[in-house]
Design a protein around this ligand. Structure first.
Ligand SMILES: O=C(O)C1=C[C@@H](OP(=O)(O)O)[C@@H](O)[C@H](O)C1
Ligand SMILES: C=C(OP(=O)(O)O)C(=O)O
Length: 451
């Protein structure tokens, strides 16, 4: 009768990661969550389709709930086939929301859900986006996307100069034309336009005016749009896009694969275990996903003993790790847990090209480094990088650290706490529900001393 360890979003929850007697063994074969990235994209494609789509194994998290609320607000009908919520049927809106009056969507703390729905919300006469996470999502910028939508004819009122939530769009009758969009802070702005523009009645050209961040996620958007029958012409560098009007999303059956950023947290935990009998086995991790392959390469470069056999990945812990230099943009959501692993590697690690981490649920450069330093790690924040001087002997701990409203900081801090001599108390644990509500319970079942 163990489970809980925080599966509800009640504010102010604290947990403790305590040292274990003897060596730390992290072993087991946990089920991992379904992909957040593909749940979002397939559920949106199904929402826009003409007819019924079936989604197998959608992610179950706070972000998914925000997504489902948004799709219902657009007019889609969502129904579960089973009590375990493994099969979701979606009756789509055929590209045209059957909505006349104003609607409000509560987007929780889900940035990608907000941005992609901002694009599609432009099809509605009036939509307001609200968040019950004013200190996290409420501080994240949407300005570039709102300006791009304005060039299609959308009017908006937003909070502050950066276009924060709460915000309201007045859309409906959109024109086409040439859109310029920045990709420097987020790829989600571009993804939002790519979902929206095929539904317009005039052709659109999109120009990305600077260096697009998180390119694998823009490519995931293009891949899903293609599966849904949408045609988008673009160059290999993802700077120019041509989109023909009046396209139709096709209904489909979609199977959601496992989630690499969640897997990254478990792999990082097993890689810093000190007992050589540690063995973590994860399944449902599709080969060929750009982010997944880059993540495995990063662990291998650190010296982790990691083997892939089809969709199964086995990592044997209790091996020494060494520092790496990594262009972190490709695995942007995995950086906090890779930094946590690097804290126990021999030598120096440099995670560079990660400036966009300033604009996530927390400031994942400054906030993460501040908490890791408090815990006794040797980390240095830079504007676009994190530098880690590893301490294979372990760290001191014995303090309270805060998760800064950020699920990925919580995962990183829990991993670091496992290798501290005096444990760590972590506040704000409820934010884990954003992507991986069972993370702490799984980590405990694998061998960590959490309570
Ligand atoms: O498109 C997506 O699904 C996402 C894009 C990324 O954001 P940025 O493009 O802002 O880096 C990523 O961090 C986020 O978790 C999900
Ligand atoms: C940055 C993240 O999410 P989002 O941008 O969707 O809020 C994340 O899941 O790490």
């Amino acid at each position: 009768m163990q489970e809980p360890l925080i599966t509800s979003p009640v504010p102010g929850q604290t947990l403790t990661v305590a040292p274990v007697a003897g060596s730390l063994r992290i072993s087991g074969q946990p089920e991992i969550p379904s992909s957040k990235y593909y749940t979002l994209r397939y559920v949106l494609a199904a929402t826009l389709a003409d007819g019924e789509s079936v989604i197998y194994y959608p992610a179950q998290s706070d972000d998914s709930e925000a997504l489902f609320r948004g799709c219902r607000a657009l007019g889609a009908q969502l129904a579960w086939d089973d009590a375990e919520r493994r099969v979701l049927r979606i009756k789509g809106i055929g590209g045209r929301p059957p909505v006349q009056g104003p609607v409000t969507i509560e987007v929780g703390n889900a940035g990608a859900v907000l941005r992609l729905l901002l694009g599609l919300g432009a099809l509605l006469p009036q939509v307001t986006f609200e968040t019950d996470h004013p200190l996290s999502l409420g501080k994240r910028p949407n300005r570039e996307l709102l300006e791009a939508l304005a060039s299609l004819g959308v009017a908006y009122e937003a909070t502050g100069p950066e276009g924060c939530v709460p915000l309201t769009l007045h859309g409906g009758n959109l024109r086409g034309g040439h859109i310029r969009i920045s990709g420097a802070r987020s790829s989600q702005y571009l993804s939002a336009l790519l979902f929206l523009c095929p539904l317009l009645t005039e052709p659109v050209e999109i120009e990305v005016v600077d260096m697009l961040k998180s390119q694998p996620l823009a490519r995931a958007t293009l891949e899903v749009l293609q599966e849904a029958g949408i045609v988008i012409e673009h160059d290999a560098a993802l700077r120019h896009f041509k989109i023909q009007p009046n396209q139709r999303y096709q209904p489909r059956e979609y199977v959601i694969p496992g989630d690499y950023p969640s897997a990254a947290a478990l792999l990082a935990a097993a890689s810093v275990a000190t007992d050589p009998a540690s063995e973590l086995r994860l399944t449902r991790l599709r080969p060929g996903e750009e982010i997944g392959e880059a993540l495995l390469s990063a662990f291998r470069a650190m010296g982790a003993d990691l083997v892939r056999d089809g969709e199964q990945i086995t990592l044997r812990g209790g091996r020494p790790l060494h520092g790496i230099e990594l262009d972190g943009d490709v695995v942007i959501d995995c950086i906090p847990v890779l930094v946590a692993a690097a804290c126990f590697a021999e030598g120096r690690s440099v995670f560079f090209n990660i400036e966009s981490l300033h604009y996530k649920e927390s400031d994942r450069i400054d906030d993460l480094c501040a908490e890791l330093q408090r815990a006794g790690c040797d980390v240095e924040p830079r504007q676009d990088a994190i530098i880690v001087n590893g301490r294979p002997e372990g760290i001191e701990g014995g303090v309270t650290v805060d998760g800064h409203n950020d699920h990925r900081l919580l995962m990183a801090l829990a991993i670091v706490g496992m290798r501290s001599r005096h444990g760590l108390t972590i506040t704000g644990g409820e934010h884990i529900v954003k992507s991986y509500p069972h993370f702490f319970a799984v980590l405990r079942a694998l061998g960590a001393n959490l309570y």
